[in-house]
Design a protein around this ligand. Structure first.
Ligand SMILES: NC(=O)c1ccc[n+]([C@@H]2O[C@H](COP(=O)([O-])OP(=O)(O)OC[C@H]3O[C@@H](n4cnc5c(N)ncnc54)[C@H](OP(=O)(O)O)[C@@H]3O)[C@@H](O)[C@H]2O)c1
Length: 286
């Protein structure tokens, strides 16, 4: 089976490459070798590789930046996703498209199910939702959309690595405690994507690690694990603050826990608690 990973330098793209199953003939590309906003470029890459599956990990992921650069975010997250879906249809390939918890408003207090009504509060969330809709309008029932949340990996920039750096540099940190989600190691998402391909899954699904946390809980756990792993020498105070005390350009969902039941049932998987996954990832940083 031939698989093309797009966005290979990102967190998920990198994790997919190091978890690739043995029977897979994989090509992995990122900008500028592939530009999903450029239809001609995309067409010639597809003709060269003729994949059976395309995994779209490419995205404009700067949530605050998207508020100012809406056109750039839309070009990648919506038009880019649409271009890939059109190519998948043309060459008769299947496509895995990755999306986000930020398509939801976060006004609920129970986990979001895949068919719950989206209501994004940010430009990033809106462009990702429009990307999903474009993919769906082209691939119809053959679509495979996997939404995830709060991703981190030992490769790339993310909350875990930023926290460890700041905990080393600062005397004290204040972290938001009223946004709730599920921290998710991109490694586990990568394994789930491979399982979904193996089982020829179709539909819209949610995947995160198990359990929930606030950013404050997550930061406290990061400090404990980083000290245990010898990455930090001393603890510093971490103080909880409400979102209103840390204004950002983009509005974020206060509660964006995703219900994973459908994908766990479909693939026969069990989600592992985020704290165990965090420990594994931090070991990789040592
Ligand atoms: N990170 C999270 O917390 C999170 C949460 C929920 C959902 N997601 C979704 O999960 C997926 C993977 O996220 P991630 O964290 O792995 O993203 P990431 O680390 O930001 O990687 C995205 C990759 O896409 C590339 N890219 C951007 N524009 C491109 C273009 N026009 N053509 C080709 N490649 C392009 C980027 O290259 P450059 O670096 O050169 O721009 C980057 O290597 C995305 O769909 C994202 O929306 C992420």
């Amino acid at each position: 089976m031939k698989i093309l990973i797009i966005g290979s330098n990102g967190q998920l793209g990198w994790e997919l490459q190091r978890t690739v199953p043995q029977n897979v003939d994989m090509a992995a590309l990122d900008y500028p070798d592939i530009d999903i906003t450029d239809e001609k470029n995309l067409q010639s890459v597809m003709d060269e590789h003729l994949p059976d599956w395309i995994i779209n990990c490419a995205a404009y992921t700067d949530v605050d930046g998207a508020e100012k650069e809406a056109d750039a975010a839309r070009a990648v997250n919506c038009d880019g996703a649409k271009n890939i879906a059109a190519q998948a249809l043309r060459i008769n390939a299947r496509m895995v498209h990755i999306s986000t918890d930020f398509i939801f408003s976060g006004n609920r207090s129970r986990p979001y199910q895949p068919l719950d009504k989206p209501d994004p509060k940010s430009v990033y969330g809106q462009t990702k939702l429009d990307g999903e809709k474009s993919v769906e309008s082209i691939l119809k029932q053959d679509r495979l959309i996997v939404r995830t949340a709060w991703l981190y990996s030992s490769h790339g920039n993310n909350f875990v690595k930023t926290m460890i750096r700041l905990m080393d540099e600062k005397e004290e940190l204040t972290i938001i405690d009223d946004q709730i989600g599920s921290p998710t190691w991109a490694n586990g998402l990568a394994l789930t994507v491979w399982a979904a391909i193996h089982q020829n899954l179709k539909g819209i699904f949610h995947w995160t690690d198990a359990g929930v946390a606030s950013w404050y809980d997550f930061a406290v756990a990061i400090q404990e694990e980083a000290i245990r792993a010898g990455l930090l020498k001393k603890t510093i105070p971490i103080l909880p603050i409400p979102t209103r005390k840390y204004p950002t350009p983009a509005k974020r969902p206060l509660y964006s826990v995703l219900d994973k039941k459908d994908i766990l049932d479909a693939l026969g998987l069990e989600a592992v608690h985020w704290r165990s996954r965090l420990k594994q990832m931090i070991q990789e940083l040592t």
